[in-house]
Design a protein around this ligand. Structure first.
Ligand code: NAD
Length: 293
């Protein structure tokens, strides 16, 4: 292989992976947010990032983080407010003229319904969960694709509770299943415009959103002892996988749900060497709400 061929190879870029790319990252609440891990990773590889925040309370946290990555486009956006969504994309259109990537790392459900049984889900919370955690990604894609004149990458965040039953994940699992299905339909709709649409399915990570899920520490410990890598995934690892899906390293990948969970999704049953630590964990474990019969 000649030197020229090597530098032309997208896997060995001669300049930073995200150089010249501009995009929006939605869903930073604090420095533990998955959105922040991806934003940081994109910035470290030469990309330019705009951020959104939900409401004034989070602005105080997001502002200083934005400074760390040289981001001066920090825009308010509540996805339940169509005007605020329109305003974000209008502003970026005026400012940059085009977008190369968008990260959607947004989810919400009433935490009272993220414990106990799915059966108890109310219509009101079902609709709110679906609107914020699933439909908002489609709403974002509708606006983003118009700015992706040279193609692009749209990325959302999922969890294995979309495919299998996880304790307390309940209506959020239903919303993530719909989100993953929408990724496939959006990938087909936008593929001809060279726009890729993917989901990253992360293993459990202690974040603000995760703290609303009943017995989340139990889920963390279970994954830690039973994933093939025998640990939980780190924020940096999710940031790195996000970078891959946003960059030209993944130009052949669309409509995919990419697991970044230390391999837990392939596991069929409790690992024998996990039996000891799991027994220990169960001895001190009292469920947050024992299921009603
Ligand atoms: P987080 O609390 O840091 O982020 C959730 C974000 O959603 C917050 O920034 C919040 O402001 C935003 N949000 C909620 N309602 C909104 C609305 N109406 N308008 C605009 N923004 C709104 O938690 P996180 O864990 O980083 O969550 C990011 C994504 O990752 C979510 O989709 C979550 O389901 C997913 N995910 C998390 C885990 C985990 O274990 N933490 C695992 C897999 C997937």
């Amino acid at each position: 292989m000649t030197t020229a061929a090597t530098t032309e190879d997208a896997r060995m870029p001669a300049r930073p992976l995200m150089a010249g790319k501009r995009g929006l990252v939605m869903g930073v609440a604090n420095d533990r947010s998955i959105a922040w891990a991806i934003a940081r990773s994109v910035h470290a590889h030469g990309g330019e990032v705009a951020l959104t925040y939900q409401g004034e309370a989070l602005k105080k946290r997001v502002g200083p983080l934005a400074e760390q990555i040289g981001c001066d486009a920090v825009l308010p956006c509540d996805v339940t407010d169509t005007a605020s969504l329109d305003s974000v994309f209008d502003t970026l259109g005026e400012r940059w003229g085009r977008l190369d990537f968008v990260v959607h790392a947004i989810a919400y459900s009433d935490k009272e319904q993220l414990k106990g049984r799915y059966l108890e889900t109310t219509a009101e919370n079902f609709n709110a969960t679906m609107a914020i955690s699933c439909y908002s990604f489609t709403a974002v894609c509708q606006r983003a694709h118009r700015l992706m004149s040279q193609g692009g990458s749209l990325l959302t965040m999922s969890y294995m509770g979309a495919e299998r039953v996880m304790p307390h994940y309940n209506v959020m699992g239903v919303a993530k299943a719909a989100l993953e299905a929408s990724v496939r339909y959006l990938a087909e709709d936008l593929g001809r415009q060279k726009i890729r649409v993917n989901a990253l399915s992360a293993g459990p990570i202690k974040t603000l959103a995760a703290s609303g899920i009943g017995d989340f520490r139990y889920i963390l410990r279970w994954n830690q002892h039973n994933s093939p890598l025998r640990r939980n995934v780190t924020l940096d690892e999710v940031g790195g996988a996000g970078l891959y899906l946003l960059s030209d390293l993944s130009t052949g990948v669309t409509g995919e749900v990419h697991y970044v969970d230390c391999g837990y999704n392939i596991v069929g049953m409790l690992a024998p060497d996990a039996a000891g630590p799991i027994r220990e964990m169960l001895e001190s474990f009292a469920p947050s709400r024992p299921d009603a019969g």
